[in-house]
Every structure is written in structure tokens, then in C-alpha cells.
Design a protein around this ligand. Structure first.
Ligand code: ITT
Length: 198
């Protein structure tokens, strides 16, 4: 079993969640000191996770975990999808001005595009990949739900205030970290990957 793993993400929300998912495990996680500014030019979540993990593995020489995730809305032909973190700046659907934060601009654009759409099903997906000894091992996790008409809650990050997971009457941003970890795409993918690595 691995003892130390580099977690290659610049997203503070992801860092917080991944730290809490590994808390209590016998694995030490470390974060890179510098951002390598890896271009996520892949055509899929899996390819982007691979590109990020491999770049950090080459730079640091440690087994490296990277994760690529996003929100998939079938009524928007799968968007924001692999563009989830920078949906606001995509030409498609019109650019959204960033006033408070990129996360808020992404949400504003999503709600604008979905204003008259009744079919609101969506899911989060995460591909978590560990790169070591020149090989990548990965797992996928999904979390199904619906897109709300207005943001609710202060927790989480990204699209959480407008995502209501199946079986809940609250948005993801209204759940505790512990509740989110149990149902989240990231929590499921990491759990599956740890089983594979064992
Ligand atoms: P790294 O590449 O450095 O990990 P990033 O934010 O660019 O950071 P991604 O390219 O994987 O990461 O984009 C993921 C985006 O998907 C993220 O910025 C959110 O907008 C959205 N997202 C993913 N998981 C989420 C979650 O649990 N809650 C809310 N939004 C999420």
C-alpha cells in the first residue's frame, strides 16, 4: 500500500475535500509547493486527470493523485462538462462577467441558460487518477441530482449552491463536509481507487 502521495490540484475546495477524505487513513498526503500551470487540453475528464497527474509525477517523482471533475447537464448537451471551472469564459452561451468570483460567474451563466428549461437533471462526475511507476490507475465516481433555480447555502465550492443531490431537499452547499463526502462523486471515486490500489 502507498504511504505518501502528492495531490496535484490548485483548487482549494478540492484540496479541503481530498484532505478530509484521507483523514484517518494511513496515507500521508502532500500538496505541491508550486503550481505547474498544466494546460488541460484533453478531450475528456480522464485525459485531463492523466495530463495533470503525469506532469506533477515527472516534476516531483512521487506517486501523484490528480482529479478532473465537473458538472454534466444533459439538457445543455453535457455542458459545462470538462469546461466546468471556466464555463463563464466560454464563447458558447455568452461570456459571463466575473464580479465576485469565478464560481459565482459560472453559476450565473448556468442559471441564465437554464432559466426556461424544465428538464433539470444533472450529475457531478470525478475521475481520480494515481500516476506512479509510469502507469496510471483510475476510478470514476458520480453524484446525481437536479439544478435549482436559485443558489442556496454557503458550504462546498463550485456549483454546490445550485446542485441538489438525489434524496435531499437541500443543496450540496447546505450539507456538512461529512455528508457531502458520503455521497459525492469525489468521495466515491477516491474510495474505489483506494480499493484498486490495495
Ligand atoms: P485543478 O485542475 O487544479 O484540480 P480545477 O478547478 O481547474 O482545479 P477541474 O478542471 O477538474 O479543476 O474543474 C472542476 C470544476 O468542476 C470545479 O472548478 C467546479 O466548477 C466543478 N466541480 C467539480 N467538483 C465539484 C464539487 O464537488 N462541487 C462543486 N463544483 C464542482
Amino acid at each position: 500500500m502507498l504511504e505518501k502521495i502528492l495531490v496535484a490540484t490548485t483548487n482549494l475546495g478540492k484540496r479541503r475535500e481530498i484532505s478530509s477524505l484521507f483523514a484517518g487513513s494511513n496515507m500521508e498526503i502532500v500538496f505541491p509547493e508550486k503550481d505547474l500551470k498544466v494546460e488541460e487540453e484533453g478531450c475528456s475528464f480522464l485525459e485531463n486527470a492523466y495530463i495533470k497527474a503525469r506532469a506533477y509525477y515527472k516534476a516531483y517523482g512521487l506517486p501523484t493523485l490528480a482529479e478532473d471533475s465537473g458538472l454534466v447537464v444533459p439538457a445543455l448537451d453535457g455542458y459545462p462538462g470538462i469546461y466546468s471551472s471556466r464555463f463563464y469564459e466560454l464563447e458558447w452561451g455568452g461570456r459571463q462577467e466575473v464580479r465576485e468570483s469565478k464560481d459565482k460567474a459560472n453559476i450565473e451563466k448556468l442559471l441564465r441558460l437554464m432559466k426556461y428549461i424544465k428538464e433539470r437533471r444533472a450529475y457531478y462526475v470525478a475521475f481520480v487518477l494515481v500516476f506512479m511507476d509510469d502507469v496510471g490507475y483510475w476510478a470514476e465516481g458520480r453524484c446525481y441530482g437536479v439544478i435549482l433555480y436559485e443558489p442556496k447555502g454557503e458550504g462546498g465550492f463550485g456549483y454546490d449552491p445550485v446542485f441538489q443531490p438525489e434524496g435531499f431537499q437541500k443543496s450540496m452547499a447546505e450539507l456538512s463536509q461529512k455528508e457531502k463526502n458520503l455521497i459525492s462523486h469525489r468521495g466515491k471515486a477516491i474510495k474505489r481507487l483506494m480499493e484498486i490500489l490495495k
